[in-house]
Write a protein that binds this ligand. Structure first.
Ligand SMILES: [Zn+2]
Length: 157
């Protein structure tokens, strides 16, 4: 197996992007925090790009999204989506407690973002390549850092 290319990250300041989006789209009214987090990649390569914890008013963004192959406009769109969650709150719940976080109102606001269509296209066409390369890199590092079994010590006679 050839050594895969190591992913490179930007070390993006998420709070600056949050503040910029807040002023641009929410009149500065969204209150909350934001930070990077390492999310696991599932075996079928499904990745949580970001999530919103209402109770803490906190947006957690997958560290994978800091990859230099993810355009900043796309990262901004992902943050915008989570900020909509902060703005809208947990919304409606069915009697069994199941939440519907993407109501019609939410979807309309999401679709009104100027980058909505190209973000959907990027997610379908380009994001899987970035995820694949992270999976390959992870596999490689796991393999190459496996301890080599040491030879049994020679028995003393
Ligand atoms: Zn969502």
């Amino acid at each position: 197996m050839r050594k895969p290319k190591e992913p490179t990250c930007r070390d993006t300041n998420l709070l600056l992007r949050f503040d910029k989006l807040n002023l641009e789209f929410f009149g500065g009214l969204v209150c909350g925090g934001i930070g990077w987090r390492r999310f696991p990649i599932s075996s079928d390569k499904i990745v949580t790009q970001a999530c919103c914890v209402f109770e803490e008013r906190l947006i957690k963004v997958n560290y994978l999204m800091d990859d230099t192959r993810i355009p900043l406009w796309y990262l901004d769109f992902v943050i915008y989506h989570e900020m909509l969650h902060l703005q809208h709150g947990p919304q409606q719940f069915s009697p069994d407690g199941y939440g519907h976080p993407h109501s019609l109102r939410f979807q309309c606001m999401e679709a009104s973002h100027p980058d909505y269509h190209r973000a959907v296209e990027f997610e379908e066409k380009h994001l899987p390549r970035v995820i694949n390369s992270w999976v390959a890199w992870k596999k490689w590092t796991k393999k190459s850092t496996k301890p080599t079994p040491s030879k049994p010590a020679a028995k003393k006679k």
